[in-house]
Design a protein around this ligand. Structure first.
Ligand code: C5P
Length: 315
């Protein structure tokens, strides 16, 4: 049932993700890469507020002026798609985004904002789309978006949209995350470079893809994520992006020198990188001891816990 309450608002939290595992298996007939990933939500999050309007327009405002608020923004695209799939073309909304996840970082900030929009507007506009329908819309809009909707710890296959949930986190693990604010990496560029440099080694057959998926499902470090058998962290894009992007090399070096770090890696297509810690306190202590070095290297740093859920409608 559609709600006609104008001026009504809902708020949604849109968390970032990191990749604990990103394995490029091969190339798909649709031109995307066939992937085997483990994605993990973290507490670093954007906040979105949605207020219904009477004028039938979809407008977006953001506290970060470097972000496009036009039709190319996934928030606007998600709002338009949801309205198109409803029977109510007159629906309007004013959206306010508080941007906290760095842009162009490999942390799925844009995808999480898009997923938050599907959840927020489904509630605000009273559209009653099922979770399954929202997942289909999410997959249409972007490969990472179904994960952002579900969140927590998930195996992600296909182009990233085929999810298999993992057991709930048993340990309060945390990360120190860094990014050079002057550097961003284009995802199509990173995958294009991967194809150019590693394409000759890509697997070709579905049976070989499935063997790799099964090896990941069987990995001991996933049952569940825990400190005594920490994730080894693998990101196949890191091999091709790091040699081209000095900020990634510097980030990985400084992170591996942090006392108590269990493993380090780049997230997604970069350039953000992270070090994994047994808990929030040890991450915070390690960061405090070396923050000056990160600042001198021009890196912004965060300390944030792993999170058990994805986008969340706040009551
Ligand atoms: O799906 P999404 O819009 O996030 O993808 C952005 C780009 O990243 C794609 O256009 C493609 O170049 C690359 N990509 C890929 N294989 C994937 C996911 C993304 O090649 N599985």
């Amino acid at each position: 049932m559609r709600s006609d309450a104008l001026g009504h608002s809902v708020s949604v939290t849109a968390p970032a993700k990191i990749n604990l595992h990103l394995e490029v298996l091969g190339l798909r007939p649709d031109g995307f890469h066939e992937l085997a990933m483990v994605m993990q939500s973290i507490e670093l999050a954007d906040q979105l507020q949605f207020t219904s309007t009477a004028d039938g327009t979809i407008s977006l405002g953001c506290d970060d002026s470097s972000l496009s608020t036009a039709g190319d923004n996934l928030i606007v695209r998600a709002a338009q798609l949801l309205r198109d799939r409803s029977a109510f073309p007159e629906l309007g909304v004013a959206i306010d985004l508080q941007k906290r996840i760095p842009i162009g970082a490999g942390l799925a900030g844009g995808s999480s904002d898009g997923a938050a929009t599907l959840v927020g507007l489904n509630a605000l506009w009273g559209l009653d789309f099922s979770q399954h329908q929202l997942e289909d819309f999410a997959a249409e809009l972007g490969s990472d978006m179904p994960f952002c909707l579900a969140g927590g710890s998930q195996l992600c296959f296909g182009r990233g949209e085929r999810l298999e949930p993992l057991p709930a986190l048993k340990a309060p693990m945390a990360v120190v995350l860094v990014k050079d604010p002057s550097v961003s990496v284009s995802t199509p560029w990173a995958y294009g470079l991967c194809r150019e440099l590693s394409g000759s080694r890509y697997l070709q057959q579905e049976c070989d893809f499935e063997q790799r998926r099964q090896a990941l499902r069987d990995a001991s470090w996933l049952k569940p994520l825990r400190v005594d058998d920490p994730p080894p962290l693998r990101n196949d894009l890191q091999e091709v992006v790091a040699p081209e992007v000095a900020a990634v090399q510097v980030s990985l070096k400084l992170l591996s020198d942090l006392p108590g770090s269990l493993a380090v890696a780049m997230s997604g297509s970069g350039p953000s990188c992270f070090a994994l810690f047994a808990d929030f306190d040890s991450a915070q202590t390690a960061l405090a001891s070396q923050r000056q070095l990160f600042t001198e290297a021009g890196l912004t740093s965060w300390c944030t816990a792993l999170r058990a859920e994805g986008v969340k409608l706040e009551q």
